[in-house]
Design a binder for this molecule. Structure first.
Ligand code: TXA
Ligand code: MG
Length: 323
């Protein structure tokens, strides 16, 4: 513990000096920089290879920091923050004039969240400011859920990586737009619309607005493994695997049930039938499967229903991005 505390102090000092620090959150690892320092923010975009007009989420130590970053904060935001922070919920609010354009991509809104991970919270408290952090992967790749993934993705591009073990949630936060108009989920996450609706008093809307892309995760070519990934109805999986094998391809199958036959070029990777566990494992599994050198990854399409919405969203994007 003493070692980690010393690391946190060093990490906060690096952030103050304008350097990049990767840190764990409950969702995925973040690539952090001082959100008030445009030069430091520039290093995030360079390290990730990310287009500069894509806005970043600012991570705060607690909800009392909201007013330093946002204005016209609706009462619903206060209630949601009280209910779900620290936790996997990002609120889009009207930006405070002092928020650098480099953070917001020049938009009049800012994304804010308090992450639920002890190391992240220690770092944010020690830093006592906002830390802008996208997922700590190169642009378009699968998000990292361990410190080792961050090292593979970013290596020397980051001054320090805080290792907080595997992320508990495993996929990115739910993004809820409260910047005007009706509350709208721009990116589904494991904190689902039902839970948010219960606090709002009505169900949120879903999906991006016409003037998208405001959420880079809304681009289809996102969250993609390098190996082509296809979503197949569970009942059609065995037939799809046989067909690909018949065409001489090496096939990986990610599903709750094995395909029911074996073949020298078929690799079966068990998946959980529980949505939270599936989400927890998803990105690590995609990385492992990518390393196996298969020609295609066949994934059993998840069940419908609100609890699976975020997983279905990431799988759909991974499939679209790998075509
Ligand atoms: O769970 C998470 O949210 C992780 C951890 C590190 O906190 N972060 C994350 O960051 O997923 P990133 O940059 O990979 O995705 C953040 C998303 C982007 O799609 C970005 O476009 C969107 O948030 N975003 C940020 N600010 C926004 C804004 N003002 N309006 C709309 N979307 C915004
Ligand atoms: Mg990302």
């Amino acid at each position: 513990m003493t070692v980690q505390l010393a690391n946190v102090a060093r990490a906060a000092a690096l952030l103050r000096a304008g350097e990049l620090v990767a840190f764990p959150t409950e969702t995925v690892y973040g690539l952090g920089a001082d959100a008030s320092n445009p030069l430091a923010i520039g290093k995030i975009f360079a390290a990730k290879g990310r287009p500069a007009d894509h806005p970043l989420i600012v991570h705060l130590p607690d909800a009392s920091h909201l007013e330093r970053w946002a204005v016209d904060i609706p009462e619903a935001a206060i209630r949601l923050a009280a209910a779900f922070w620290p936790g996997p919920l990002t609120l889009i609010l009207k930006r405070h004039p002092s928020v650098p354009d480099a953070v917001t991509g020049g938009q009049d809104t800012v994304g804010l969240r308090v992450p639920n991970h002890p190391l992240a919270l220690q770092l944010l408290r020690e830093f006592d400011g906002g830390v802008a952090a996208p997922s700590a992967n190169r642009f378009g790749h699968v998000s990292p859920t361990t410190a080792a993934h961050v090292r593979e993705e970013l290596g020397d591009a980051v001054a320090m990586i805080l290792d907080g073990g595997p992320c508990a949630v495993g996929i990115e936060s739910t993004i809820l737009d409260l910047s005007g108009g009706e509350p709208r989920i721009l990116r589904p996450g494991m904190l689902d619309g039902t839970a948010i609706g219960a606090v709002l008093g009505h169900a949120p809307a879903f999906g991006g607005q016409q003037n998208a892309p405001r959420v880079s995760g809304s681009l289809e070519a996102h969250y993609a493994p390098r190996t082509p990934l296809q979503l197949v109805a569970a009942a059609a999986l065995a037939a799809a695997a046989r067909e690909a094998l018949g065409a001489g391809r090496r096939v990986a199958v990610l599903a709750a049930q094995p395909p029911g036959f074996s073949h020298g070029s078929l690799l079966y990777c068990p998946a959980s039938s529980d949505a939270a566990q599936f989400a927890h494992d998803l990105y690590a599994r995609l990385r492992e499967l990518d390393a196996m050198g298969c020609d295609v990854i066949l994934v059993a399409a998840p069940p419908s229903g609100e609890g699976w919405r975020a997983v279905a969203d990431r799988l759909r994007r991974a499939a679209a991005g790998s075509k």
